[in-house]
Design a protein around this ligand. Sequence first.
Ligand SMILES: Cc1cc2nc3c(=O)[nH]c(=O)nc-3n(C[C@H](O)[C@H](O)[C@H](O)COP(=O)(O)OP(=O)(O)OC[C@H]3O[C@@H](n4cnc5c(N)ncnc54)[C@H](O)[C@@H]3O)c2cc1C
Length: 369
Amino acid sequence: MKQTDICILGGGITALSTAWTLSKEGKQVTICYTPRPHNATQAAGGMLSPSCEADGCDPALIELPVQSCATYPDWVSELERVSGIQCGYRTEGTLLVALHHDHNQELEHLVAFQQQFALSHQWCTRKQLKGLEPNLTRHIGGLHFANDYQIDPRQLYRALRTGLHKLGVTMLEGECRLEMANDQVEYLICEHNKIFAHTYILSDGAWSMEHLPTLPLRPVKGQYLLLAPKEGQETLVNHVIRTPDVYIIPREKGQLYIGATMEEESFDNRETVGATLDLLYHAFQVLPGVYEMVVVEHGKGFRPALRDNQPLIGPHYRSDGTSSNLWFNLGHYRHGIMLAPQAATLLKDALLYQHPIPMAFDQRRFVTS
Ligand SMILES: Cc1cc2nc3c(=O)[nH]c(=O)nc-3n(C[C@H](O)[C@H](O)[C@H](O)COP(=O)(O)OP(=O)(O)OC[C@H]3O[C@@H](n4cnc5c(N)ncnc54)[C@H](O)[C@@H]3O)c2cc1C
C-alpha cells in the first residue's frame, strides 16, 4: 500500500509534464502507467507551431499554444539543466510552402483566419524561399513562420523522466485499474501496488477510456517515416518545411522526420503501403533530395482525440454537477508536445489555486441539455 498526494495515470508527455509541474509545487506525486509501444509521445514530430496549426479552431486553442510556446525556452532549459539531457529545441522557424494554386488558396485561407489573432507570419516569394532553403523545389511561394519552432520529443521525454527521478517522483509500471465508488476514486491498483491519493489524474492518452468508458475519446493513428542521409549527403533543410500535404522536420545528423497520416483506424497498428507512398510522394515533391535518403524507421502512434478535438483539462464532474477526486489532462490530439508545459500549468493552477479552466477544455462542454 502506498499513500501519495497525487497519483497520475499515464507515462507519456502529458503525464510527465503534469508530474513535473505539481512536484515542483511541493506535492508528492506517483506516476502509474501501462507500457504501450505505440503511444503518441514516442511517435511525435515535435513541431511547436502555434501559428501553422491555428486554423479554424476555438480561440482558447489559439491562446493555449501561444502561451505554451512562450514558456518553452525556460521550461526546456530548466529540464536540460536538471536532467543533463539536451532536448533538441530548435528555433530556425517554419516555412509553409505552396506548390500549386490550390495550396496557395489554402495558405490565403489560413492567413485570413489568423488575422483575427496576433499571430505573426511573412509572405515569401519563390526567390526568398530559395534563399532560406536552397534545396526546395519549384514552388509558387509560401509563408515564413519565424516563431514556429521544434523539439525532439524522445529527447524531451528522456529529460523529463530523468528530471522527475531527481525530484523524487515514483514511476510504477504495470497493469493499472481504478477502483471507483459513487463516481469517486477509492484507490488505484498498479500491478501489486495499491495506491491511495488525495487526487487522481487521468492522463493516459488514447487509452484513457479504459478507465472511463463514457469519455468521447478515440485514437487517431499517425504514421511517419524517419530518413537518414546517405554517406556524404548534405543536410537538406534547417527549417521545418510544411505543405498542406506533408511536413518535414530536420533532426540531428541530417535526419528528416516525414509526417504524418491522420487515420480513423481505431488501434490498428499496421504500417501501410499507402502511407509510405503518400508521405514520400509529397515529401519528394517539395524536397527532391529525399530520393537519395535511407528509410531508417516507419512508425506509428495513436493521438488521443476527443469529439471536438480539444483537450480535456480539469475535474471530473458527477451527474449531480459536483466535482470528484478524479481530474483530467488528456485529449491533446495533434498538439500534446506543444501544449505540455501550459496544459500542466493550467491544471496545477485549477487544482491547487482554484483558477478557472476555459469552458473549451472543461468536461461539462460535453453535457447536452
Ligand atoms: C505521428 C504523430 C505526430 C505528432 N506530431 C506532433 C507534433 O509535431 N507536435 C505536437 O505538439 N504533437 C504532435 N503529436 C501529438 C502528440 O504526440 C500527442 O498529443 C501527445 O503525445 C499525447 O501525449 P499523452 O501523454 O497524452 O499520450 P501518449 O503519449 O499516447 O501516452 C499515453 C501513456 O499512457 C500509458 N498508458 C496507456 N494505457 C494505460 C493504462 N490503461 N493505464 C495506465 N497507463 C496507460 C502509455 O504507456 C503511455 O505512456 C503527434 C502525434 C503523432 C501520433
